[in-house]
Design a binder for this molecule. Structure first.
Ligand code: NAD
Ligand code: DAU
Length: 355
């Protein structure tokens, strides 16, 4: 397949592109603006491979998107480009509105224009996969799980912008017949994860002997999925999913944040003993404003209808992830030194004082 992947220099996008290029022999054009979160080094294993191309461009730039479609002539779009960090969306929502909403709109319009030029068979086979998040469904209480029919209830600027983009993708199918599909996935983790997110931040702070910030009391729950399993699910959705449908993807691996942090400390202690157990570096800090309590996904539909199964358990995936960070400081050292050193993000000043 010839696939245009937006956001392919990011965490999930690069895992997807490595899978497509190295394991599926797909022809791929990555379209990525290379924001602070994008890094071409995450694609170094694909560079020079036949069928791999890279275009540094903003998805909000209609002319460049039109040209990318016209020149590459994709059979599918896998749209991952987004501003993705909740804490940054609290600190400043503008880029989230711009990229996640306006950018998705621009890409859908470019795809629609291109789709209209295809012959009947190519038109029917074309797919536009919009990659989204479980955060659009809001916050769960102690029981239950999100599924494809859960009403939308986004609560952060990030999740609200993703919810808007999901609605646009769906509307472009209903109104214009563009064959769009939407996936909503739970928290990913694994190699090449930008060290602003919980798991890589904790691994690297723990290694540096720094404090390990746990928001609130650490009781918030996330449903963790190894990133390569997500990549395989996205390919299954493009290959076997039905346009107009939504697919919820998850890890069936709910963990309290404190538990995740403790597991990382213990695994690091086993591999690289320090003077004191790393659990002593844990600090409970002011909670995230509007912090969603619990996410969990019922992924029965992707399992039944797409034949997808996750291959990595949380235990095997977190061990692989830690080993990857230990072996690949060439990747994360420059990011910690030049782009983000681990400082707290997303506190609203008045709330920070009160808390
Ligand atoms: P990321 O922040 O690691 O990567 C985002 C990529 O998009 C970067 O390479 C960045 O340069 C690029 N980008 C940003 N703005 C752009 C623009 N205007 N034009 C072109 N490229 C731009 O994100 P991620 O964690 O890999 O997430 C990828 C997608 O998956 C996002 O849509 C996110 O909402 C969704 N998602 C993420 C998770 C998760 O746990 N990380 C879970 C479910 C869904
Ligand atoms: O659920 C899918 C979403 O998962 C994706 O859509 C987002 O793009 C992705 O960033 C992620 O969002 P979260 O907000 O759940 O991920 P984050 O790693 O920022 O935080 C995970 C949990 O850990 C959350 O409850 C907040 C908490 N946390 C986070 C950081 C950065 C801490 O306790 N301490 C921290 O320092």
């Amino acid at each position: 397949m010839r696939i245009l992947v937006t956001g392919g220099a990011g965490f999930i996008g690069s895992a997807l592109v490595r899978h497509l290029v190295l394991e599926r022999d797909a022809e791929v054009l990555v379209v990525d603006k290379l924001t602070y979160a994008g890094d071409r080094r995450s694609l170094r294993d694909c560079e020079g491979r036949p069928g791999f191309g890279f275009l540094q461009a903003d998805i909000c730039d209609r002319a460049r998107m039109d040209a990318a479609f016209a020149e590459f002539r994709p059979e599918a779009v896998m749209h991952l480009a987004a501003e993705s960090h909740v804490d940054r969306s609290i600190a400043g929502a503008a880029p989230f509105i711009e990229t996640n909403i306006h950018g998705t709109f621009t890409l859908l319009e470019a795809a629609r224009g291109y789709h209209a030029t295809l012959d009947a068979a190519a038109k029917q086979a074309f797919r536009f996969l919009h990659v989204s998040t479980d955060e659009v469904f809001g916050s769960l209480g102690p029981t239950g799980a999100f599924c494809e029919t859960t009403p939308y209830d986004p609560r952060s600027p990030y999740s609200a912008s993703k919810a808007a983009s999901d609605h646009l993708a769906r509307a472009w199918r209903e109104t214009y017949g563009l064959p769009t599909l939407v996936t909503n996935c739970s928290n990913n983790y694994g190699p090449y994860h930008f060290p602003e997110k919980l798991i890589p931040l904790i691994i690297l702070n723990a290694l540096d002997g720094k404090e390990l910030p746990v928001y609130g009391d650490g009781s918030n729950i996330r449903d963790w999925l190894f990133v390569e399993d997500h990549a395989r699910a996205l390919v299954a959705a493009v290959e076997r999913g039905v346009p107009g449908e939504t697919y919820c993807i998850g890890g069936r691996s709910e963990r309290r944040n404190l538990e995740v942090v403790q597991v990382i400390c213990d695994l690091l202690d086993q591999r690289l003993p320090a003077a004191r157990p790393r659990r002593e570096q844990i600090r409970f800090v002011t909670d995230r404003p509007g912090h969603d309590q619990r996410y969990a996904i019922d992924c029965g539909k992707v399992e039944r209808e797409l034949g997808w199964r996750q291959q990595e358990s949380f235990e095997s995936g977190i061990a692989r992830t830690i080993d990857w960070y230990l072996a690949n400081d060439w990747w994360w050292q420059p990011l910690r030194q030049q782009r983000y050193a681990g400082e707290r993000l997303g506190l609203i000043p008045a709330l920070a004082k009160a808390g």
